[in-house]
Structures are given as C-alpha cells and as structure tokens.
Design a protein around this ligand. Structure first.
Ligand code: TTP
Ligand code: MG
Ligand code: MG
Length: 475
C-alpha cells in the first residue's frame, strides 16, 4: 500500500516537472523585433501566461510579470523564466564580433553583408548576420564565401582594433564581478553569485544592464546565456543570437538536451562526434541512457564527462586565472615562402602584434611558440621556455628567430605564427638578465617606442625588420 502511494507521488512529481519544463522552455527565447538585426523571429509567447513567472524588459529593465510585451515601453524583448532571479552563472559572447567592430567604425556598412577574412587563399574569420543569411560562415574558404555572397564587403582583419574592443567588453564585465573567465577574444564566463547585495539587483538584471552598456559604450552587441553552471550557460548564449538572452536551469536541462545531437556538447568536436556516432550514439538522450561505467570503459575520463554533461551537470567553477592560455598571431601567405629573410620579416610583424596585445592585456608568457604550416598543410610547432616571462617584441623575436632558422631548410611554408604561452601577470616580466646584459637597454628602448606609438599611432615607428613594403594579399 505504502509502495503504491510512493509510486503515485513519484509519478505525479515527474509529470509536474515535465509540465514545468515545457512551460519554462517557452521562455528560453526572447523576442527581438529590432529592425537592424536579421534574426529569425521566434514563435509568439502563449497568450494565457500564468502571472507568477518573474520577468523584465531588456530595453527599459522594468518588471514584466504578465504580458509578452513590456507595458511601459512596449518592447517585445521581454525575458521571463521561473528561476530568472536566482541563476548566477553566465556566458557572454559578442555577436559576429570582428564584423560588428567594423560596422561600428563605418556606419555605411550597417545594412550590408560584411565578411572579415584573409586574402585570396584566406578563410572567413567571421561574417555579419546579413552575410550569414547567404550561407557564409566562419572558416569557409574565401572563394566559396564570395560565390555564396558576391556582393559582400570583404575586410581584412584588424586584430588590434578587435583586441581593444574585447578588452573594453571584459572591463565592463569585471565591473560586475571579479569572477570573469575569458574564453576567447569575444567571450567570457561570469560568476555573479552573491553580487545581488552589491548591485541591488539580481544577476539577470545586472547582465541585461551590462549588455546595454556594452552596446552604448563599446558599440557592439552581445548575447547572454544564464544558468547555474558553465556548460549550460555556454550553450545557452548561442541559442538566441544576435542580441540574445537565454535562460536554462539545470533542472530543465535533461529534457532540453535529450533530443539534441551529441555535437551540441561543448568539447565534443568532429573526431569524438564521429567516434560516438560509429558506436551508435547520435543524440544526447542516448548518452543519458548509458551507464556511467560503460561510458568510462569505452571512452575513459571523457566518458565520465559525457555522462555528466549529457545530464546538464557541470561542477567546474568560473576561474579568472585559468583564463587565456596563450596570445598569438599568425598569417597565411598569398604565395608560399622558403626564404629565411622573408620569413623573418613576417615573423617580426607578428611578434610586434603579439607584444602589443600582451602589453594591452597586462600579460606576459614564459614560453615562446613558433608555428609553421608547410605547403602540404603539415603543421610544425616549436617552443622555447624562457628563464623569465616576457611581453617584449624584441625578446619574443630573439627567441623565435633561432627556432625559425632551424626550420628554414628550403621547405615552402604557407603560414607562419608566433605566440607566448604559460601566461602570467606582467609585473614579473622582463626583469633583466645576467645572461644578456644588453636586454635591459633594449627593453627600455622598446618601452620608449611604445610611448611614442601611443602618442602618434602604431605605424609612427617602424623598427628594422618591420619596415617592408606591404603586400596586399598578406596579413
Ligand atoms: P565567435 O564568437 O565564434 O563568432 P562571432 O562572434 O563572429 O559570431 P557569433 O555571433 O556566432 O558569436 O568568434 C569570435 C571572433 O573570432 C570572430 O568574430 C572572428 C574570430 N574567429 C576566427 O577568426 N575564425 C573562426 O573560425 C572563428 C569561429 C572565429
Ligand atoms: Mg561571438
Ligand atoms: Mg566567441
């Protein structure tokens, strides 16, 4: 008798949970009728809304608990969710980032399809949402992209500009919480737990304000995913781009994830997806049904991760220090290069870029990494660990140069890259070395040049190797 009652209660709970999940899922997406975006419109809100679901308007931030439109400013950009005000792990990702910066700087581009990418042999770095309608996407060969969208405006990447905008966005995030973990130039996790008292508003509201500030002060748009763990926050930020704000709580993740492809799981790349599919596992639901021990026996530690992530479980914390792992720059040549002197000139330009970005981010690296790609697409990476971290172009170049000399054996290369890894804060960097008495003098010279560049622009001073005629197809 007792067992029967127990089972009835459990069944009831399960039905209520399913109902609630379905209900909440209606509020995952936010309606955005902004005429400047080309986002697909989502289905209208159901008309008979229960009146207790917390919500607010993302345009005027006023509270909206009943209507699908804001009663105050009539905006349709209303976000509502049962747990809206108690979730605090967020992922923010800027929309079509490089293209957005270019559009910001040239209003004539606003309604045009814009592709950011390299020269004839280059690939698309990103495309704005108008170009995406034509099928253009990141990593697509440029010739293919131009076939799909011949009238697109193509712009060569200006990494310095994007790095500056990325830094500005991160700075605004850090004003909300010190727990900001950058993942790449345009995205970061934020842990807003406990910030409610300080900001006198829930994390969700703080995030909506942050997005408004980013739009007003940096001039680009961004999308937010809000959840109670990193995995769900990250997948959420991608659900409703551009200018999205999606909420998914871990207790509704199980059903939400079940029908999706395993490729939807963060960290499941092409190779792992292929492997899973060969084993007959195509959907996350299939992973959910598998035993943890079986998955671990088959896929090792990744199996355990798949088990938990498929259930929407992720215990990783937002860690501001485990953030950027390296700072690097690379360029693909319009024609393969074998000649050492020519490669060195390319290397110097890239080294300067890496150094500028490191200085701007206040970071230095203990290891210098050289990357080369041969004409037949084989990648060679060579590292050198320094006795103390650096952010100086001079030192990065002097370290990478002998690595390059060893590889410049007549092999034709199509790409060269350089970077620093094992990053740390720059206050420990470039302290001078007993082994290289001249290093301090060169460091002073470089800092003096940086000051002049700050005043007169990056190209005001071209140092030695950096001064080469620009080749239109090269980065
Ligand atoms: P993403 O955030 O992946 O893409 P995005 O911001 O352009 O567009 P979305 O709205 O979908 O987020 O990448 C950030 C920037 O990184 C992007 O603007 C350009 C650069 N990038 C590349 O250079 N190559 C690539 O393959 C990808 C994916 C991005
Ligand atoms: Mg982005
Ligand atoms: Mg991104």
């Amino acid at each position: 008798m007792l067992d029967k009652a127990k089972s009835l209660i459990l069944r009831l709970c399960s039905s209520i949970r399913t109902l609630l999940t379905k209900h909440n899922a209606c509020h995952l997406r936010v309606h955005d009728l902004d005429s400047t975006t080309v986002k697909r419109q989502t289905e209208p809100m159901p008309s008979a809304e229960p009146d207790h679901i917390p919500g607010f308007c993302r345009d005027c931030l006023c509270e909206v608990t009943e209507a699908a439109r804001c009663p105050s400013c009539h905006s349709p950009r209303v976000i509502r969710h049962g747990r809206l005000h108690d979730l605090s792990i967020a992922h923010l990702d800027c929309d079509a980032f490089y293209a957005a910066v270019e559009k910001r700087d040239n209003p004539d581009l606003k309604d045009q399809p814009v592709i950011i990418g390299g020269g004839r042999r280059g690939v698309v770095s990103t495309a704005c949402y108008i170009a995406r309608i034509h099928g253009v996407g990141s990593a697509m060969p440029m010739f293919k992209a131009l076939k799909k969208c011949p009238h697109a405006v193509v712009i060569r990447p200006n990494m310095d500009k994007y790095a500056t905008a990325g830094r500005e966005v991160r700075q605004l995030m850090r004003e909300l919480t010190p727990l900001v973990e950058p993942l790449s130039i345009d995205e970061a996790f934020m842990d807003l737990t406990g910030t409610e008292r300080l900001h006198r508003q829930s994390p969700a509201r703080s995030l909506a304000r942050l997005i408004k500030r980013i739009e007003a002060e940096v001039g680009v748009t961004a999308s937010i995913g809000l959840s109670d763990n990193k995995f769900l926050a990250k997948l959420c930020s991608d659900l409703d781009k551009p200018r999205g704000f999606s909420v998914l709580a871990s207790d509704e993740a199980y059903d939400f994830l079940a029908p999706r492809s395993v490729g939807f799981i963060w960290g499941v790349g092409k190779a792992l997806k292929g492997k899973l599919e060969r084993d007959g596992i195509r959907t996350i639901g299939q992973l959910q049904k598998a035993e943890k021990a079986d998955l671990m026996a088959r896929y090792g530690s990744i199996g355990a991760r798949l088990y938990h992530l498929s259930r929407g479980e992720d215990a990783r914390t937002v860690s501001p220090h485990g953030a950027a792992k390296s700072i690097s720059a690379e360029t693909t040549f319009s024609k393969d290069i074998r000649d050492l002197a020519h490669l060195e000139r390319k290397l110097w330009r890239l080294t300067e870029k890496v150094s500028r970005r490191s200085k701007a981010a206040g970071l230095a690296g203990e290891t210098v990494v050289l990357k080369l790609k041969t004409a037949d697409f084989k990648i060679r990476t060579r590292n050198h660990k320094l006795d103390q971290p650096t952010q100086l172009a001079d030192r990065i170049f002097r370290t990478a140069k002998p690595l390059l000399e060893r590889e410049a054996d007549g092999t034709p290369y199509r790409l060269i890259g350089v970077g620093i890894s094992q990053l740390c804060s720059d206050h420990l960097a470039d302290q001078g070395s007993l082994l290289d008495m001249d290093a301090g003098r060169r460091a002073d010279a470089e800092h003096a040049m940086d000051k002049l560049r700050e005043k007169f622009g990056v190209t005001a001073i071209e140092k030695g190797l950096g001064f080469e005629p620009r080749q239109p197809q090269d980065d």
